[in-house]
Ligand binder design. Structure first.
Ligand SMILES: *Cc1c(COP(=O)(O)O)cnc(C)c1O
Length: 347
């Protein structure tokens, strides 16, 4: 099998952990593993003195937790709605009754930052919700510009970095972000099932709301202080996360990984040029390449790759628009073969 979706092809030593017996979680050994994971995670995202919550639950669970516990303490939210993940922030606000401005950005376009500033100045929101990388289109937003606007108008900044963490340069300290959200099946390149929230130390004494029992911040923080989770963790995934984080640490941090992801993206985009596939994102993230093929039939390339080659890529919202993730392990040769196989099915 070849996988170019999320998480993509996973390192063999990480996969092995999933087939081994695993420890009981109510032990000092498990607590130590979690505390170590927290320390490495905070280093990788440059969140000095911050805290994390690691949830058993996918990325959307952690997004929901942010809206329940944090946004619901604010009078008004402002959402960058540049695709299905941005829209999810807006839907979560609606669901929990948080007043929100739905700021729409056209498919695969960058934000008009001058217009954004005007709108923020007029709306005066208290919390700003966006994606770093809108994965549904491949568009990367400029967090420096967003952060400057938020600080100028005193708006708390929350960023979904689920598909940019470990693929794009990112520093919570430099951007002064209050909360970041990520999950395990994207940049971390381990199986789906865990999500991580990163908290700026400014929020140490914040009075969070209590609107959802399972995701409650205070309950999670009080358990995590001793490296534990309030409810049964997906133990195997926590062990895979820890092993992956130690790999990254031994590589000296996130840079080697970011460099590799970037190389794969640039290499694949050369192949897109060769086959005449347009990459519509205005400023594409290196995490995925979203490209327009000539496949106008319903998922012909997608199904053909599975049936003939046991290979997965991601279909997009537009016919013939596909996405290849660069977060998983992939060599130049594998990408060359992949592109020729996509081409084989596109007409
Ligand atoms: C994948 C993704 C999500 C959703 O995560 P799940 O783990 O599927 O719940 C949210 N935001 C972005 C930007 C993503 O790429």
């Amino acid at each position: 099998m070849q996988s170019y979706v999320f998480p993509g092809n996973i390192d063999e030593s990480i996969m092995q952990i999933g087939s081994q017996p695993f420890m009981y979680m109510r032990t000092c050994a498990f607590s130590e593993i979690n505390k170590e994971s927290e320390r490495i995670l905070l280093d990788l995202i440059h969140c000095t003195g911050g805290r994390t919550i690691i949830y058993t639950g996918s990325g959307t669970g952690a997004m929901s937790a942010v809206v329940e516990n944090y946004c619901s303490t604010k009078k008004k939210a402002f959402v960058i709605d540049g695709g299905s993940f941005g829209h999810r922030w807006f839907q979560l606000c609606e669901y929990y009754g948080v007043a929100a401005v739905d700021y729409k950005v056209p498919f695969a376009r960058d934000i008009d930052y001058a217009d954004l500033e005007k709108t923020v100045a007029a709306e005066r929101p208290e919390v700003f919700l966006c994606q770093h990388h809108e994965t549904s289109t491949g568009q990367l937003f400029d967090l420096k510009k967003i952060s400057d606007i938020c600080h100028k108008y005193n708006v708390s900044l929350v960023v979904d970095v689920i598909s940019s963490f470990l693929a794009e340069e990112l520093s919570m300290d430099d951007l002064d972000i209050d909360i970041c959200v990520t999950s395990t099946q994207k940049g971390l390149n381990i199986p789906p099932g865990l999500s991580v929230l990163f908290f700026n130390r400014k929020l140490d004494d914040y009075e969070f709301a209590h609107k959802g029992y399972y995701w409650d911040f205070d309950e999670n923080f009080s358990n995590l202080r001793r490296g534990q989770t309030p409810y049964s963790p997906a133990t195997i995934l926590y062990l895979q996360l820890n092993a992956r984080l130690k790999q990254l640490q031994s590589e000296g941090g996130e840079w080697k990984n970011i460099e590799e992801v970037r190389h794969r993206a640039f290499f694949f985009r050369e192949l897109c040029k060769k086959y005449g596939w347009d990459v519509p994102a205005e400023t594409p993230s290196v995490a995925v390449t979203g490209f327009q093929t000539n496949d106008t039939a319903e998922r012909k390339v997608f199904n053909g790759l599975i049936e003939k080659y046991d290979t997965f890529i991601m279909p997009g919202s537009v016919p013939g628009f596909y996405r290849v993730s660069h977060m998983g392990l992939q060599t130049d040769d594998e990408l060359r073969v992949l592109a020729s196989r996509i081409h084989e099915f596109e007409f």
